[in-house]
Ligand binder design. Structure first.
Ligand SMILES: NC(=O)c1ccc[n+]([C@@H]2O[C@H](COP(=O)([O-])OP(=O)(O)OC[C@H]3O[C@@H](n4cnc5c(N)ncnc54)[C@H](OP(=O)(O)O)[C@@H]3O)[C@@H](O)[C@H]2O)c1
Length: 301
């Protein structure tokens, strides 16, 4: 998936959450592509509309696009942190979309597969009924609603099982554990799509590029890597490739277990595979296979 970006220097992008896993990836890609942008993280608190507006108003160039990667992302901890989670993911997302509307900027907001309950047996489409089963999923779904209500000129990209170089994630955890332990167990009854943050960063900037040139309808889009697997399948491939590339230095037995055997604070959807035909058609992009993206990710470590 090539990152060839032609976003004019008259287009000023505001990247919110620029120090997170996805935000860092987008930030580096914009720097590399010579795109004009400003980035903020916790220093401009998205739960405070006034802080967002002050920031917008002090920019020399008008902000034409806002990308929001800021979120409360600790899925288990959210069960105890209901208030702060909803303040960031719902109220904060709503503030950003109000701010985008007031300043005439278009917004790209990131959401999650956890808006679904996982009872489907076929890939979820953008307009399928949502029914989140945990506090994080509820806060993200309410964030989607707040974004659309405050500013219909918004794009929401739902993604899932995100991993990348710049944050804590499943791939890093697996590599660490496989180097430390002789045996690990991984759940085999949750099916979804891994997503390399770099691939998503390319698609987000590709959406801006395409929408600057032609009419891309506002609304919700799904993007993940291609191929649906369980966490156990993912772990096995991480082990296989990790060993092959010398990132795992010892043998480790990777075996399957059920979610019931694995203590977690929150129930996760058993099936959260996302249908990507809408974004594929809108942006005319090929969706990279999960194994290929994992390989490229490892090669760049
Ligand atoms: N990670 C996944 O597996 C996954 C899956 C599906 C969807 N998503 C969605 O993808 C997006 C990016 O996820 P990510 O994993 O890159 O997230 P991340 O690494 O947790 O980054 C989020 C960033 O937002 C910042 N932030 C938190 N509260 C803020 C506030 N009030 N004001 C300003 N900034 C604030 C965080 O700062 P602190 O770290 O200092 O709090 C952090 O730098 C999120 O919308 C997430 O819901 C993620």
């Amino acid at each position: 998936m090539a990152a060839i970006l032609r976003i004019g220097s008259d287009k000023m992008i505001w990247l919110i959450g620029n120090k997170g896993m996805l935000g860092t990836e987008i930030s580096l890609l914009m720097q590399k592509s010579g795109i004009s942008f400003v980035g903020t993280d916790n220093e401009v608190d998205i739960t405070k509309l006034a802080e967002l507006e002050v920031f917008v108003n002090k920019q020399a160039l008008p902000i034409t696009w806002i990308i929001n990667c800021a979120a409360y992302t600790a899925v288990d901890k959210a069960e105890d942190d209901t208030e702060i989670c909803s303040r960031i993911n719902t109220f904060g997302a709503g503030n950003i979309s109000k701010c985008a509307k007031n300043s005439g900027a278009r917004l790209i907001h990131i959401s999650t597969d956890y808006v679904f309950d996982g009872t489907s047996t076929q890939p979820y489409r953008e307009d399928d009924t949502t029914n989140p089963i945990g506090i994080y999923g509820i806060s993200k779904r309410n964030g989607e609603l707040a974004v659309m209500e405050n500013n219909p000129h918004s794009y929401i990209i739902r993604t899932s099982w995100l991993y990348g170089k710049y944050g804590n994630n499943f791939v890093h955890t697996m590599l660490r554990l496989m180097n430390e332990r002789d045996e690990i167990k991984v759940v085999d009854d949750q099916r979804g799509n891994p997503t390399w943050a770099y691939n998503l960063a390319v698609v987000i900037l590709g959406l801006i590029e395409a929408a600057n040139d032609k009419d891309i309808p506002f609304g919700i889009y799904h993007f993940t890597n291609k191929g649906n697997i369980t966490w156990f399948d993912f772990a096995k491939e991480i082990y296989r490739q990790g060993k092959e590339m010398g990132l795992i230095k010892k043998d480790c037995n990777v075996s399957a277990c059920t979610s019931a055997e694995y203590p977690a604070k929150v129930k996760r959807p058993a099936y959260s595979v996302l249908d990507k035909s809408k974004i594929k058609a809108a942006l005319e992009v090929e969706i990279p296979l999960w194994e290929t993206s994992l390989k490229e990710f490892f090669q760049r470590q």
